[in-house]
Design a protein around this ligand. Sequence first.
Ligand SMILES: Cc1cc2nc3c(=O)[nH]c(=O)nc-3n(C[C@H](O)[C@H](O)[C@H](O)COP(=O)(O)O)c2cc1C
Length: 214
Amino acid sequence: MHFDFSVLAAPERYKLMAAAITPRPIAWVTTVSVDGIRNAAPYSFFNMMGSEPPLVAIGMMRRPDGTHKDSARNVIDTREFVVNLVAEHDAAAMNFTCIDAPPEYDELAHAGIAVTPSLAIAPPRIASAPVAMECRVLETFDKGATTVVLGEVLHFHIEEALVDPARLHVDTLAMNLVARMHGAGWYTRSTDLFQLERPSFAAEADATKALPTR
Ligand SMILES: Cc1cc2nc3c(=O)[nH]c(=O)nc-3n(C[C@H](O)[C@H](O)[C@H](O)COP(=O)(O)O)c2cc1C
């Protein structure tokens, strides 16, 4: 079966893509408006794009009335945001912050979420997040109903017990991160793992040479 996206409506395309492109990491984005009002909201159209520069990308869709969501408005206006990663212990609080509240509503205060000041930017980071990345906007662009945000990571905060500072080894499993799955409210843990070795062309060529020829 195939679907020609040129004849589907946006909500139908969303249904297919969002249920198939899974699991998605969640950026729990903290921002501050030009009026100094704090905002927090989860965004799962999110990933790392590279490390030179250290780049993250987030897709922020517009509201049904065509206006920017608060996070997008704040990011465009102030060019600063924090990406907090979501551990299972923060899942309920993260979910609360997706509430469709007006801009003057401070989700962090209403959910009782503790924050810590950032080093280089105004938006605070979430204290209970195992990892928080202070980001400066490199570029935002609007494509249809989506604002794509490209941010450069300025500071990477990680809970001390989760990293070996000499080898820069992160204890990924101990972070207990959750990711977005399908439908209205499904999430997954990162506990069902398997490993694959990366192939090397040199090793592959050697193995081919060793085969008997006819
Ligand atoms: C786990 C999760 C992931 C989400 N991901 C996105 C996303 O990638 N893009 C988006 O526009 N909205 C996403 N949403 C919905 C926003 O969080 C929601 O619209 C929220 O009210 C936006 O808040 P803001 O106006 O304070 O920025 C997501 C919601 C949840 C619960």
